[in-house]
Design a protein around this ligand. Structure first.
Ligand code: AFP
Length: 371
């Protein structure tokens, strides 16, 4: 399909609706229509955000979400946009959101459908009041229900507690200088740019591929004292660059919006880390599995990258709760493999003694060094 001319609707019709379905199963029936509704929600949020302070949505909502985090007015408003755009279309059995403590069951006056939608309506909300980049993240699962079709009881949390490899679609919106929708339905990762004056998402980045190599990493370095040794080892080596064991110098980024970090990685490679740390006892990761780590991992793997907790593939992690968190290390394949290797060496007690440039190849303390 041709960049610059293919609309999202045409892409979905060609990719999903015209695909020969396996005999006797409507593999993707309704998925394209659901994604069109998600895209409509994203267009509404984009319009809301471009108003900035004039839109009356800046500041705190003076409420906290299920995680005890202060909600911004836009967190609440964007959550409502997703619900209103998607609850009525007869394609969903239920929704789950970072901003809603419990599963949102489709009201009885709307027909129920075959999919489950989990989403973070506004990722990076700490960037709102500083006019920084924010995004929305979504994940689609098929609703597997062994109850009789006429069952009226609400869909429970357990319906969502499936590993991310079972996603049928995932994507994000990045609200930057341009609004983009980056999406995968399991056949690669593709980027669409919003053509505002017409209101179409147009394919501009088909079949995105993440370079296997990179010299750019993203991590919130203020948490360094809480990281595990393999992460400290990796980051120190990046900082040491060519004065240490790496053959080149590295660059660092941190935008406090996972969507912005992942988008940069899809565009030019890199590694994003929100690793396991000891900062909050009992909390082994910051990012939520269902509607942050899983959809982003799906997109990254579909683009040839890797996404791990440090010790296992994120898409294989079985969720235990709706808002459970995981450590996230994702991006360029060769670097993520290296970080995974460091975790393995550490867990087996095999990791090299932690070295710094003073004890590296060209150090002050080894023969052959000349000032
Ligand atoms: P908010 O949506 O609450 O701003 O959190 C964003 C996020 O979940 C993720 O998008 C960022 O990468 C990460 O948190 C930023 O965390 P720090 O504020 O600890 O840097």
């Amino acid at each position: 399909m041709q960049d610059g001319r293919t609309t999202l609707s045409k892409f979905l019709i060609d990719t999903l609706d015209r695909q020969p379905c396996a005999a006797g199963t409507a593999q993707n029936a309704g998925l394209s229509a659901l994604l069109i509704d998600v895209a409509a929600a994203i267009k509404s949020i984009s319009a809301m955000l471009t108003k900035g302070a004039l839109g009356g949505h800046y500041g705190s909502a003076h409420s906290v979400n299920t995680h005890g985090e202060e909600q911004k007015k836009l967190d609440v408003a964007t959550n409502e946009v997703f619900v209103q755009h998607c609850e009525w279309d007869g394609l969903l059995a239920a929704m789950a959101s970072e901003e809603m403590e419990r599963v949102y069951t489709i009201p009885q006056h709307y027909p129920r459908g075959d999919y489950l939608l989990a989403f973070d309506p506004l990722d990076g909300s700490s960037n709102i009041d500083i006019n920084g980049v924010v995004g929305s993240i979504f994940s689609v699962l098929r609703h597997v229900d062994d109850r009789p079709a006429d069952a009226e009881e609400p869909v429970g949390e357990s319906a969502f507690l499936r590993p991310g490899r079972e996603q049928v679609a995932a994507g994000y919106a990045i609200y930057g200088p341009s609004t983009m929708l980056v999406l995968s339905v399991g056949n690669g990762t593709h980027g669409f740019t919003l053509e505002r004056d017409i209101g179409n998402f147009v394919l501009t980045h088909s079949n995105i591929r993440i370079p296997a190599e990179t010299a750019e990493f993203a991590i919130n370095a203020s948490n360094e004292r809480f990281w595990e040794p393999p992460v400290r080892r990796y980051v120190q080596e990046c900082k040491d660059g060519r004065t240490g064991c790496r053959t080149e110098d590295f660059n660092m980024r941190w935008i406090a919006s996972m969507v912005a970090e992942v988008h940069r990685i899809l565009m030019r490679g890199g590694v994003f880390m929100y690793p396991r740390d000891s900062k909050t006892p009992g909390m082994h990761g910051r990012l939520r599995l269902l509607y942050e780590a899983n959809p982003m991992s799906f997109l990254v793997e579909q683009a040839g990258g890797l996404s791990i907790t440090g010790r296992e593939r994120i898409l294989d992690v079985v969720p235990h709760t709706l808002h459970g968190r995981v450590p996230v290390i994702l991006g360029s394949r060769n670097e993520v493999e290296r970080i995974g290797r460091y975790h393995g060496e550490y867990d087996r007690g095999e990791d090299q003694p932690f070295t710094s440039p003073l004890f590296g190849r060209r150090s002050l303390f080894l023969p052959g060094f000349t000032a």
